[in-house]
Design a protein around this ligand. Structure first.
Ligand SMILES: [Fe+2]
Length: 166
C-alpha cells in the first residue's frame, strides 16, 4: 500500500501509472463528496417542498435524487478500481463537496427549484473541469464517467430551470 501525499493507494494490476491513479483518486474524491451532498440536497427538497404544484415537484425531486444516488456508486467504484480508498461518508462529503450548504428553511417550490438549480449548475461546472483534467492526465475512462455524469446533470438542470424560465 502506497501513500503519496494524502492519497492512500492499494496495490493493483490496474495498468495505469501510480501518478495517474493518485491524481484521479484525488479528483474523484471531490466528485464523490459532491455526489453524496447533492443527492441529499435533492431529498431535502423532496421532503420539504410545499405549494400548488406539490406533487409534480415532489416526484421530480425524487427522480433527480435517484439519478444522483447512482453517481455516488459509479464514482466511488471508479475510484476504488484505481486502488483508491473511497471517502464515502456524509461526514467526509462535507469536507470534499464543491457545493454550498443547502438552506434548511426553504419551503416554496420555486425556492427549492432555484436553489437546486444553483447546486446542479455548480457541480456541472466542476464536472466539466474534471473532464478536462482527466483528459489532460490521460485517463479516458475517468473522463468518460464524468462525461456521462455531466450530460445527466445538464438534463436535470434543464428540468429544474424550465419551471422558472420563459
Ligand atoms: Fe419519498
Amino acid at each position: 500500500m502506497a501513500k503519496s501525499g494524502k492519497v492512500l493507494l492499494h496495490s493493483t494490476k490496474n495498468p495505469q501509472t501510480e501518478n495517474l491513479r493518485t491524481a484521479m483518486v484525488e479528483l474523484l474524491q471531490k466528485h464523490l463528496g459532491t455526489a453524496v451532498d447533492i443527492t441529499y440536497q435533492t431529498k431535502q427538497a423532496h421532503w420539504n417542498v410545499k405549494g400548488m404544484n406539490f406533487i409534480a415537484v415532489h416526484k421530480l425531486f425524487d427522480e433527480l435524487h435517484e439519478k444522483t444516488e447512482a453517481y455516488v456508486d459509479d464514482i466511488a467504484e471508479r475510484l476504488t478500481a484505481m486502488g483508491g480508498q473511497a471517502h464515502g461518508t456524509v461526514h467526509a462529503a462535507v469536507e470534499n463537496s464543491v457545493l454550498e450548504p443547502y438552506p434548511l428553511d426553504l419551503v416554496k417550490s420555486e425556492d427549492h427549484l432555484r436553489r437546486l438549480a444553483d447546486s446542479y449548475a455548480k457541480w456541472s461546472e466542476a464536472v466539466k473541469a474534471g473532464i478536462d483534467e482527466a483528459e489532460e492526465a490521460g485517463d479516458a475512462l475517468t473522463a468518460d464517467l464524468l462525461t456521462q455524469v455531466g450530460r445527466d446533470l445538464d438534463i436535470s438542470l434543464y428540468f429544474l430551470e424550465s419551471h422558472f424560465q420563459g
